[in-house]
Design a protein around this ligand. Structure first.
Ligand SMILES: Nc1nc2c(c(=O)[nH]1)N[C@H]1C(S)=C(S)[C@@H](COP(=O)(O)OP(=O)(O)OC[C@H]3O[C@@H](n4cnc5c(=O)[nH]c(N)nc54)[C@H](O)[C@@H]3O)O[C@H]1N2
Ligand SMILES: Nc1nc2c(c(=O)[nH]1)N[C@H]1C(S)=C(S)[C@@H](COP(=O)(O)OP(=O)(O)OC[C@H]3O[C@@H](n4cnc5c(=O)[nH]c(N)nc54)[C@H](O)[C@@H]3O)O[C@H]1N2
Ligand code: SF4
Ligand SMILES: [Mo]
Length: 760
């Protein structure tokens, strides 16, 4: 059996293939939830803990960023939320004894799945230069060591400060404050690989880089378009919201190369009918689009809207927008032949979509990684905005843009200033409040950070959560780059690959998760998060901490005091003692957080202001919403090649693999599968169940191979293929990124499949 060149794991994990399911959740989902949670957490503890997810006084689900409804049920979580909780609240532990037993080189040979299953990190650990094992280190020594390294840098810009999106608002605010007081804007984050394209497109066109709808808007919509998103797996409770919207008369168009289980049918496990019945059909029109065809689709729809008398909301366009003429001129040139080629859709389907759009006064478009991770992601999302502007569906109840965010607080982290290219207003506000001059030079994003490490322009890499080497593109290049660092440091809850592929020296700083009690000198603390719809609320964990852990805010405060010394006027010690003092400062720096402490006392929290939604005000340079009209593009794929997207199975959270099954897609017991349209597979000589190597071909002539994937004949769009990440990140070239947002284009990789073995 061949070994994976990076992990050394056997690559043929012999997945079993069955027919995909058409509906999501229902009884199998409930059974699965209880089984997983019980195994990791123990049955009684699991039951007690899960009852506090998303409840007032409880903790925020560490899964995705989908908002809670105002009046929660007693069981306000989904199967994948329960898995996220179980993964964090597991009984298993990675102790100093574990590290004594396993050399780092051996850990680097294990799969991410195995590493994650070992349990929670319990002690700070240090890997000295040339040493074979991590050894325990005290908190003071660990932080002294890191501080000395940072202070010794030639310039603060030689340090990189990554953030993943689970970090609370309080920790994120302190972290960026420390990093800027230290003197750099090098704050790459997971958003750079995620919704950066949405932020870029929305800021330019609407003036606010966030979604403009609340849950109530979904319930009031006439039409919801879900493009490039798989909510059944990644935002499961969105299906309950879609169900409710349908009950209120909404229709749903799904745009996706894959027929995804939940969007087809949904068995709501919180209703008796959903548990035992056949579920409700959610999608009214399924547009099985080719990867990367969305810009062409939306441009054609916009052309048809403009050409239909009375279809454009002229009053809205006149009062609130600029650039209509340019869009109208560009749209005129859109032709059916090109549109059909780009989208793989036929004219009749697009015309049916048009009818549904024209019949709707209140339209919401939801999207996720299917739109953001393409070379032309930003213009694609701008084309979505064009459609909503043409119809006046921005700043009207029941209508708007809904980029559905990933990590549970990734949106909040951005609001708190985790951004490598901060606005001048934000820096001015920090300067006023804290009395230091923040650096004005733009910092490095994720891809630029990898280049800096690769090229010897950075020495220290510090991560607030996440699994940078596994989540980032071009695994071989990224791992090589990381090995060139002088010191790599991870503030983490669970063991992962980033702890095994390190710089010359490495530290693991174990931290509290959402589910755990956070006790400081000032008493038990809560933190806050912001969901995908800009709702902010408190989160309070109750479980006993898993080991000798410090909270994320405490780690930042203690590090900041060591690095900045007495010269810092920031009251780091007080911030560590009492998080409400951090919130008082947030309230003074970030608009929308006035009376922060008082307002989180209210169950459900509060909504941040959103000018386009609340008052049809567009804080762009011109004060208007902008139509945009760039050229339409789509990925070209040479003969005999396929266009590959890398996506999530139902049994993972990004790089955290919960299990080896993708129940909805009929895959069991393995992850190295690639879904291919049966006609394409047959034409390429790839029988169902055969094994193949996947090789990506990049424009500079370089090739990258991921060996040993089982080919699954699957009803995806023609010309397209889909395996899971992170195994296939090795195929995504570092330079293959979206224009403007620099997000890795991990949903459009040109590949060829080379058969290596017959069906087993
Ligand atoms: N259980 C679970 N929940 C999660 C996560 C997880 O890993 N596991 N991750 C979290 C994070 S960080 C994020 S960002 C979100 C991700 O949520 P999603 O974006 O739903 O995640 P993906 O699995 O990447 O799925 C992309 C979807 O877009 C479709 N797609 C791909 N390319 C195209 C295209 O060109 N056009 C169109 N129209 N569709 C396309 C795919 O077929 C797939 O259905 O989920 C969050 N929630
Ligand atoms: N090919 C490909 N690559 C992708 C994507 C894709 O679709 N295709 N998606 C991209 C996207 S959308 C994203 S968001 C990124 C995700 O990139 P990351 O956010 O970097 O990765 P995760 O796998 O979510 O990080 C998991 C680790 O976070 C740590 N952790 C968990 N909870 C906590 C906590 O509360 N505090 C701290 N300090 N640590 C914690 C644990 O140690 C765990 O191992 O991956 C990106 N990479
Ligand atoms: S939808 Fe997301 S936030 Fe809600 S319970 Fe499920 S994983 Fe957690
Ligand atoms: Mo994400």
């Amino acid at each position: 059996m061949p070994a994976d060149p990076l992990s050394g794991d056997p690559v043929q994990d012999a997945p079993e293939i069955r027919a995909p399911r058409r509906s999501a959740a229902g009884l199998p989902g409930v059974a699965h939830t209880l089984r997983t949670a019980g195994r990791e957490m123990g049955a009684a503890r699991a039951a007690r803990t899960l009852l506090r997810v998303n409840q007032p006084g409880g903790f925020d689900c560490p899964g995705c960023a989908w908002p809670e409804p105002d009046k929660p049920h007693t069981a306000e979580f989904c199967e994948n939320g329960a898995k996220a909780v179980a993964e964090e609240a597991t009984r298993f532990r990675v102790t100093p004894a574990f590290f004594a037993e396993h050399p780092v080189a051996a850990l680097a040979g294990r799969s991410g799945y195995w590493l994650g299953k070992q349990g929670r990190l319990t002690h700070p650990m240090y890997l000295a230069e040339g040493d074979t094992h991590y050894r325990p280190i005290g908190w003071d020594d660990a932080l002294d060591l890191l501080a000395a390294e940072l202070r010794g840098l030639e310039t603060p810009d030689r340090a990189l400060f990554y953030t993943s999106g689970r970090t609370s608002n309080e920790a994120a605010f302190l972290y960026q404050l420390f990093v800027r007081e230290f003197g750099t804007n090098n704050l790459p984050d997971c958003s750079n690989m995620c919704h950066e394209s949405s932020g870029s497109a929305l800021t330019e066109t609407l003036g606010v880089g966030k979604g403009s709808v609340l849950l109530e808007d979904l319930y009031r919509a006439d039409l919801i378009i879900v493009a490039g998103q798989n909510p059944g797996t990644n935002h499961p409770r969105m299906l309950s919201a879609l169900e409710k919207a349908k009950a209120g008369g909404a229709r749903i168009i799904t745009v996706n190369p894959l027929p995804e289980a939940g969007l087809e049918r949904f068995d709501n496990p919180q209703t008796a009918r959903g548990l035992v019945g056949r579920g409700i059909r959610l999608t009214d029109l399924f547009l099985q689009i080719r990867l990367g065809g969305d810009q062409a689709l939306f441009r054609m729809l916009n052309k048809l809207i403009i050409e239909t008398p009375g279809a454009v909301d002229e009053e809205f366009v006149r009062e609130h927008t600029a650039g209509f003429g340019e869009l109208a001129a560009a749209a005129r040139t859109a032709g059916w032949e090109d549109t059909e080629r780009a989208t793989g859709l036929d004219r009749a389907d697009i015309e049916r979509a048009l009818e549904m759009i024209l019949a709707s006064r209140r339209t919401v478009v939801c999207w996720a990684m299917g739109l953001t991770q393409h070379k032309h992601a930003v213009p694609t999302i701008k084309e979505v905005v064009n459609l909503l502007l043409l119809r006046g569906s921005i700043g009207r109840p029941g209508a708007g843009v809904c980029p559905v965010r990933g990590h549970s607080n990734v949106q909040g982290d951005r609001t708190m200033g985790i951004v490598e290219k901060p606005s001048a207003e934000f820096l001015d506000a920090l300067e006023r409040e804290f009395g230091f001059a923040p650096p004005r030079r733009p910092g490095l994003d994720t891809v630029e950070a990898i280049r800096a490490l690769r090229d010897g322009r950075a020495d220290v890499f510090l991560a607030m959560g996440g699994n940078f080497v596994a989540a980032s593109p071009d695994t071989a290049v990224t791992e090589d780059a990381m090995r060139r660092a002088r010191l790599t440091v991870h503030i983490s809850t669970k063991l992962n690959r980033s702890h095994c592929v390190t710089g010359a020296r490495a530290l693991i700083l174990p931290t509290l998760g959402r589910t755990e009690r956070d006790t400081q000198a000032g008493g038990d603390q809560c933190v806050t998060v912001e969901d995908s719809m800009g709702m902010v609320h408190a989160s309070r964990g109750r479980l006993e901490p898993a080991g000798d852990l410090l909270s994320e805010p405490a780690i930042v405060c203690r590090l900041a005091r060591r690095v900045l010394g007495p010269g810092s006027r920031t009251p780091w010690e007080e911030f560590e003692r009492d998080y409400s003092l951090i919130r008082d400062r947030i309230a003074r720096v970030i608009p929308g957080f006035e009376d922060f402490n008082a307002r989180i006392a209210r169950p459900g929290g509060f909504a941040l202001p959103h000018a386009p939604r609340d008052e049809r005000r567009f804080p762009t340079a011109t004060g208007k919403a902008h139509f945009t009209a760039g050229p339409v593009t789509f990925p070209r794929v040479p003969e005999g090649r396929l266009l590959l997207q890398t996506l999530r199975s139902h049994d993972q959270y990004n790089t955290t693999v919960y299990g080896l099954d993708d129940r909805y897609r009929g895959i069991r017991g393995g992850r190295r599968v690639v879904l291919v349209n049966p006609q394409d597979a047959t034409a390429l000589g790839l029988p169902d169940g055969c094994y193949a190597d996947i090789t990506s071909e990049w424009t500079d002539g370089t090739e990258r191979t991921a060996p040993g994937f089982r080919v699954v004949h699957y009803p995806t769009a023609r010309g397209c293929a889909a395996p899971y990440f992170p195994e296939t990140n090795v195929l995504v070239p570092l330079d293959a990124t979206a224009d403007t947002s620099n997000t890795p284009a991990s949903k459009s990789v040109v590949v060829r499949l080379t058969p290596t073995g017959q069906p087993g």
